[in-house]
Design a protein around this ligand. Structure first.
Ligand SMILES: O=c1ccn([C@@H]2O[C@H](COP(=O)(O)O)[C@@H](O)[C@H]2O)c(=O)[nH]1
Length: 594
């Protein structure tokens, strides 16, 4: 490389001269009189996506680069004399080593949230991943929300402290933009039911009937700006929209949604728009609106909106800010990058468990197959969970939900960070002893069952109940499948040298929403639950039924429907091992990939 020192190239060098050629955006952004930069479902992905296989380089910008982008965009907004707001729609927890690789005694995402605090967010809202563990919610209440006084919104989410139930952040916000526009904001979480004890989520239908809600929306602002960890389609935004429209038929409503990890945009009427900006810092959303100056009398004319889904990388950021590789960085952004790299070192995130022989993917390879991460996990569970386990010699079947697996594994070094991006949840393994093999073998089938499930509920009811508990993969996979089927026959053969990435369709105006053209990712469907290979024993042999605690109620339901000898309850399940789901792949790699 021409350097005179011995080193392996670090992330910083790679960022300055991207190791993979990146396609630039197709066209400049359309600015309005009010503009929004939107992030959602970032799940700790603040160091950017660092692997070389596509589509990863599309998303290689880190949070320091993002900070520099925001700084330059703010300068541009000043030059254009327009409003520019920065908004986040939640789910800062669970996803990478930066959020989940903390030492024993720490709190998930406490350190990575410190970098969010360095960005000038105008509005943020709470996600379901802030609520799975009480201490995480408490940390958001005590250490995060106060940093954004009045702007961290949890309109329908409370935490109980000393027997008093209080909003985690604030219920609503009223503020003025730099250009003097009056804004009323809410921060809404979808109807999530799997929140930890000591936290409460009020259903959206009930929230809109609250007296505080009526009072908050009573006065007419220049615009309603609603952030929410709630998908823009097929969810409850219409309840909020209708409640506002009943009082203010013409006031502009801008909605920034999240949760289903997709890129999407729709309009409820010509004076409203709802944008959702993907996941894992794979998308930065852009929304612009041509709003009249403050205090102008309302008309019924349609508002000109535009939206764009940006691939967060330095080529995108430089293109839209008119900067070059050497003029783009700000001292502030570089400081954030350095802080993230220091955190990665402190958490030992480059610790190597082994070398992955090839890529293992969630939806780009069939299940079962050699290249499927779900197949890998089905193999890894019996090996990983056998370590230091006195029950290992008893035949077993091990089951997990596929949602525990959150990301692909790429060929090459498999580090602590890779382990946590693939499988971030610190969920435990439980077991029920003496389940006969014949019954145990039917459990995964029952869990995945279509039509009527094993306890007689309709598939739609099962899906609705799982959705409420946070199961969102089905929606994201539907999106991938749809883009794959739509895109592949027509464009893949033409290809125009396009790289792999998201190919979005939505119903918002302004042409294609994706900022950078791509060819759609391959897609293969996979089951919601997976199991290790059944032991080679007769059906009446008693075996251990091992499963991840996150799916305990589902497993008990199916188990009780498959036999009538015992009515199993949570009391029949005991801890199988100290090894957590977030550790299994590392334990496996140490044994098999070394
Ligand atoms: O302990 C847990 C918590 C969550 N999951 C999975 O996560 C998704 C919800 O994640 P979103 O980012 O809100 O989409 C849920 O579907 C579960 O599959 C888990 O497995 N274990």
């Amino acid at each position: 490389c021409g350097d005179d020192h011995t080193h392996t190239h670090t992330h910083v060098q790679k960022r300055e001269f991207p190791s993979a050629p990146l396609t630039p955006p197709s066209r400049p952004l359309q600015w309005g009189s009010l503009n929004v930069i939107h992030t959602t479902d970032s799940h700790g992905w603040l160091l950017g996506h660092q692997h070389a296989s596509f589509p990863e380089p599309n998303y290689s910008g880190d949070f320091g680069d993002f900070a520099s982008f925001v700084a330059h965009m703010k300068e541009l907004a000043l030059e254009k004399d327009v409003d520019l707001l920065l908004i986040d729609s939640g789910d800062l927890h669970d996803g990478t080593g930066l959020s989940d690789g903390f030492p024993v005694g720490g709190v998930d995402a406490h350190a990575s949230n410190g970098f969010f605090k360095q960005l000038p967010y105008d509005l943020l809202t709470i996600g379901n991943h802030e609520l799975y563990i009480y201490n995480n919610t408490l940390d958001m209440h005590e250490n995060f929300a106060p940093h954004f006084p009045g702007r961290y919104l949890s309109s329908n989410v409370n935490i109980t402290i000393n027997n008093a139930s209080v909003p985690v952040g604030s219920r609503f916000a009223k503020f003025k933009t730099r250009k003097g526009r009056s804004v009323t904001s809410l921060g809404v979480l979808y109807d999530f039911t799997d929140n930890d004890a000591g936290t409460t989520v009020q259903f959206v239908a009930d929230m809109v009937k609250e007296a505080w809600f009526a009072e908050a929306i009573k006065e007419k602002p220049d615009l309603f700006l609603l952030a929410g960890h709630m998908p823009v389609a097929r969810d409850n935004w219409p309840l909020v929209y209708d409640a506002i429209r009943a009082v203010h038929p013409l006031t502009p409503i801008l909605i920034l949604g999240g949760h289903s990890h997709v890129r999407n945009c729709l309009q409820f009427d010509g004076r409203s728009i709802a944008l959702e900006s993907g996941r894992y810092m794979e998308t930065v959303g852009w929304l612009s609106a041509d709003l009249p100056p403050p205090n102008t009398a309302e008309t019924s004319q349609n508002i000109t909106f535009s939206r764009r889904y940006l691939d967060p990388n330095r080529v995108t950021y430089e293109f839209h800010t008119g900067k070059g590789n050497f003029s783009f960085d700000t001292a502030w952004g570089k400081g954030i990058t350095k802080g993230l790299e220091d955190l990665s070192k402190a958490f030992d995130l480059t610790f190597e468990y082994g070398v992955a022989p090839h890529d293992f993917t969630l939806s780009r390879s069939p299940f079962p197959s050699n290249d499927s991460i779900l197949s890998l996990v089905a193999t890894a569970l019996p090996i990983g969970l056998a370590v230091n386990n006195t029950r290992a010699s008893i035949p077993n079947i091990m089951i997990t939900n596929s949602g525990e697996l959150r990301f692909d594994i790429f060929a090459g070094t498999f580090t602590k960070n890779d382990q946590l991006t693939a499988s971030p949840f610190m969920d435990s393994f439980l077991f029920i002893p003496n389940v006969t093999a014949g019954v145990a073998k039917g459990v995964v089938e029952g869990l995945n069952g279509g039509g009527l499930d094993a306890v007689g509920r309709r598939a739609e009811d099962v899906q609705a109940e799982r959705w409420a508990r946070g199961y969102v993969e089905a929606r994201y996979r539907e999106w991938l499948k749809e883009m794959h089927e739509r895109d592949s026959p027509t464009r893949r053969d033409v290809a125009e040298n396009l790289t792999l990435g998201y190919v979005t369709t939505d119903t918002c105006p302004g042409g294609v929403g994706d900022d950078t053209p791509h060819v759609a990712l391959p897609f293969f469907s996979s089951p919601d639950y997976i199991a290790s290979a059944a032991p080679d024993v007769s059906d009446d042999t008693p075996i251990d039924l091992v499963f991840i605690d996150f799916i305990q109620s589902d497993v008990l339901g199916v188990l009780n429907s498959l036999q009538s000898e015992t009515v199993y309850t949570g009391d029949d399940a005991a801890l199988y091992t100290d090894i957590l789901m977030s550790q299994v792949l590392g334990v496996y790699a140490q044994q098999v990939w070394n």
